[in-house]
Write a protein that binds this ligand. Sequence first.
Ligand code: C2E
Ligand code: MG
Ligand code: MG
Ligand code: MG
Length: 287
Amino acid sequence: VAKQHGKNRYHFYDKAQNIKIVNQHEKLKEIANALQEGEFELYYQPKVNMKTGEVIGVEALIRWQSAQRGIVAPNEFLPLIENNELIIKVGEWVIHTAMQQIQAWRAMGLDMQISVNISPLQLQRGDFPTRLANILSSYPDIPPEFLELEVLETSALGDLLKISETMHQCINLGVNFALDDFGTGYSSLSYLRLLPASLIKIDQTFVRDMLIDFDDLAIIESVVLLAKSFRRDVIAEGVETIEHGVALLNLGCDLAQGYAIARPMPAKDIPNWIEHWKPDASWCKFG
Ligand code: C2E
Ligand code: MG
Ligand code: MG
Ligand code: MG
């Protein structure tokens, strides 16, 4: 009886496993289809200097306008394709779309740097610099400095020396790098030392609690000093209130991104936002 029971259970497990694989396959098909049907859109979130009021650039954040599901956030669908060839295709669509946006804004007299998020798999591919060079060459009028690539500080990056080499090849093409979600990995110092990123992005989890948690405040203070000693720029993510901005300015962090400044928005809203934005009066005092 026991044996039969075991057999049944095995059978049951097998079936569940099967359903999982079929579901996974369905989802991949749905996402591939979304790409083909043009259901992806980039939203843009401004990055500013709180002290001077300068808008230093915008970050491109992908959204899926699904016919069935409405607007789907990246954390809900990117993890499904993270280790799949599809992330390469979506990633290239993102870079192309950002380049076209830079071009469109320049045609309106608006020079704006765009940073795009790069997935670890994309960067691990040996041919990434070649593919990037190809994309850049389709936009001969755009100086590559207008494109910034955000790399996650994560163990998923794998061999840091190899990644560093790849990044140097891209830098030789003229693009810049930012280290995203800084401080969340296990060896932030190694990332900082080995990876040639000109901008450090302090992860929003530290910023969120900095006014109530002295440990988080201490981490931010250290990262700002660290960035300065390494001659990198530093920006705080997830700046949700004016008070967060004041605290950051007190620590010497002038660059910020977050809801206190602007939420991510469709490209068409950016020019008007830039025209009307000015820093809070309490921030200007630091100038
Ligand atoms: P990230 O690159 O760290 O982007 C910042 C995330 O924080 C964005 O979420 C943004 O909407 C959100 N955010 C900005 N300001 C605030 C704030 O003041 N408070 C709070 N609570 N959140 C804020 P989003 O757009 O949902 O993106 C999530 C993550 O998905 C991104 O984190 C990035 O890692 C990834 N992602 C987004 N777009 C792309 C893409 O085109 N390609 C790749 N590979 N990853 C992407
Ligand atoms: Mg980012
Ligand atoms: Mg981040
Ligand atoms: Mg993040």
